[in-house]
Write a protein that binds this ligand. Structure first.
Ligand code: B4P
Length: 188
């Protein structure tokens, strides 16, 4: 499987990516997780990403694209991958096409997990109490949702036009969402 996971912040991308990766035996590649690991490790990449992340903005494309290109050049993606949180705007989508073309890969599916604003806001505020992530405060969540609407939501039509879009309802408990995702993917 070579797929990307789309959906608003809090829809369950990270949660479901881990489960789907295990089920289909491919690595889950989360740009958010890679950035956070670099912030924790105080690397140059982490220092350049931190301010954008804590403000709820996208990290600049040149930084993100280079990071993904590097990750996709590693051996473990040869048999497939699940990209969680990338691409996040049309420019990244075009860049991803070029990367995959260069590697001789094609995308099998663009999976969108849908969830409404009230539900995702509630989930992220709940996570804030547990994990204390800097970008899970109410004003930053609002910014992340705005950025999603402007920059990322247009990708739904982009991938639908190519016949790659698989939309799955992200409401309900985590197991039910996984079951819906697996059913939709296996039906393809
Ligand atoms: P991400 O790490 O991708 O954060 P996210 O969109 O908020 O989703 P996340 O995966 O964390 O949450 P999930 O929905 O799984 O990005 C963070 C930042 O990194 C971005 O704002 C940006 O600055 C930067 N970044 C990342 N990728 C980038 C890119 N390509 N370009 C530029 N910048 C980039 O889960 C949320 C919560 O909901 C969890 O607590 C979970 O337990 C809970 N949950 C999940 N499913 C549930 C369910 N069914 N019911 C109840 N709760 C549920």
């Amino acid at each position: 499987m070579r797929a990307i996971l789309l959906g608003p912040p809090g829809a369950g991308k990270g949660t479901q990516a881990t489960r789907l990766a295990q089920r289909y035996g491919v690595p889950a590649i989360s740009t958010g997780d890679i950035f956070r690991a670099n912030v924790s490790g105080d690397t140059e990449l982490g220092r350049s990403a931190q301010a954008y992340m804590s403000a709820g903005a996208l990290v600049p494309d040149e930084v993100t694209n280079a990071m993904v290109a590097d990750r996709l050049s590693q051996d473990d993606v040869v048999s497939g991958f699940l990209l969680d949180g990338y691409p996040r705007n049309p420019e990244q989508a075009v860049e991803l096409d070029m990367m995959l073309g260069g590697l001789g890969f094609t995308l099998d599916a663009a999976i969108e997990i849908t969830a409404d604003v009230d539900e995702v806001t509630e989930r992220l505020l709940r996570r804030a109490q547990i994990e204390g992530r800097a970008d899970d405060t109410e004003p930053v969540i609002r910014t992340r949702l705005e950025v999603y609407g402007v920059a990322t939501a247009p990708l739904t039509a982009f991938y639908a036009g190519r016949g790659l879009l698989v939309q799955v309802d992200g409401l309900g408990d985590i197991d039910s969402v996984t079951e819906r995702l697996v059913a939709a993917l296996d039906a393809r």
